[in-house]
Write a protein that binds this ligand. Structure first.
Ligand code: ADP
Ligand code: MG
Length: 345
């Protein structure tokens, strides 16, 4: 489904609120069919960026084009190509689900048979068929988010923009939203913001990490891991003495250390975490050395993939170190540290 057609082009975008720079020289593009995650801590500039993309706010400077059309000059045209689910999406409390979608469909210019068909299609896709007659004000947060997504995809726009679609949801509801996003994959391009890493990692083809109004890293989850993680953890399940293990690792290479280990199970095996500095792969050497050593019995070896969370922390730490000293403001370093929620785990 992916093509080289650019659905979003953002060039040197900036947004200032008085003395606050919410978005600072941001540039990126999104191709047709791509799902791009905008990841960053609270206050990073995610919502501001999305409001500018959707034409709900004006940029201080820079250019945004949606499907080649400049948003600033032709906002009505670009709005029609976007389904937007804002942060804390406000819905009319006293309307019924079907009624609300009917009203939204009319606003989006859907008529007659096509309107009825599209409403039925999104009710089905968002698993809202049985809730069609329920009053929105009485729906759970998970249902309400699905109503928001149903609205966003109603007119089959080229682009869906969702601002923190899983915020405030319980793990079960998060899984439902993730499946829903998965089922839309390929039909429309999507930009999804989150401060929750596992969400972004599971759903997105590409991630933009934003911090302090700037994009501090961009790439596939895989690329970002390579770029920002300069060590690997191997988990070995082994029988033997931990002191001997430490010695063996040290004599194999100075890059290797025993990071931690658990107490032995009933069968005498324990899990040891071996830390390898650098990007070299030590799997084979570890299997050889530990497997042939008379003091050990090796049962398994596992390379643990660094999580996107570690990547995020590495990328933002780097940005604090390299970008912030030249920025103004007198916030202490401690206060500026990103805080990450760990919902949905
Ligand atoms: N309407 C506004 N007026 C003044 N400052 C704002 C306004 N909206 C956002 N900001 C500031 O801009 C920065 C980015 O905010 P926002 O885009 O909401 O971040 P995020 O969505 O990543 O949490 C924050 O410092 C925030 O306080
Ligand atoms: Mg926000």
């Amino acid at each position: 489904m992916e093509s080289n057609e650019l659905i979003i082009e953002v060039e040197n975008l900036a947004k200032r609120y008085g003395r606050t720079t919410a978005v600072n020289d941001v540039s990126f593009s999104v191709r047709r069919g791509e799902i791009v995650g905008l990841l960053g801590p609270n206050g990073a500039g995610k919502s501001t960026t999305m409001k500018i993309l959707t034409g709900f706010q004006q940029a201080s400077s820079g250019i945004v084009r949606i499907c080649g059309i400049p948003v600033a000059a032709r906002p009505m045209e670009t709005k029609r190509r976007i389904g937007y689910m804002p942060e804390n999406n406000p819905l009319p409390e006293d309307l019924r689900v079907r009624e609300y979608l009917g009203w939204r469909a009319r606003l989006k210019g859907l008529r007659g048979r096509r309107r009825r068909e599209r409403i039925e299609a999104v009710l089905e896709l968002c698993d809202l068929k049985r809730a069609r007659r329920r009053i929105i004000g009485r729906l759970s947060k998970g249902y309400r988010q699905r109503v928001g997504i149903a609205d966003a995809i109603l007119a089959e726009p080229d682009l869906i923009i969702m601002d923190e679609p899983t915020i405030g949801l319980d793990p079960h509801q998060i899984v439902m939203i993730r499946r829903l996003i998965e089922s839309i994959r390929g039909r429309m391009s999507m930009v999804i913001s989150s401060h929750i890493l596992p969400e972004i990692e599971m759903t997105c083809d590409r991630v933009l990490i934003i911090n302090g109004g700037r994009i501090v890293a961009a790439g596939t989850p895989e690329e970002l891991r390579h770029k920002f993680i300069d060590r690997t953890i191997y988990e070995v399940e082994i029988q033997g003495e931990t002191d001997t293990l430490k010695g063996e690792l040290a004599s194999l290479n100075t890059a290797l250390t025993l990071e931690s280990h658990e107490p032995p199970n009933r069968d005498g095996y324990f899990v040891a975490r071996v830390r390898a500095e650098g990007t070299e792969d030590w799997g084979e050497a570890l299997i050889q050395t530990l497997g042939q050593h008379p003091g050990f019995r090796l049962r398994s070896l596992n390379r643990r993939q660094p999580t996107l969370e570690e990547v995020f922390l590495a990328a933002t730490r780097r940005s604090w170190d390299t970008l912030l000293p030249e920025r103004n403001g007198d916030v202490s370093r401690e206060q500026r540290k990103p805080t990450m929620a760990r919902e949905g785990r």
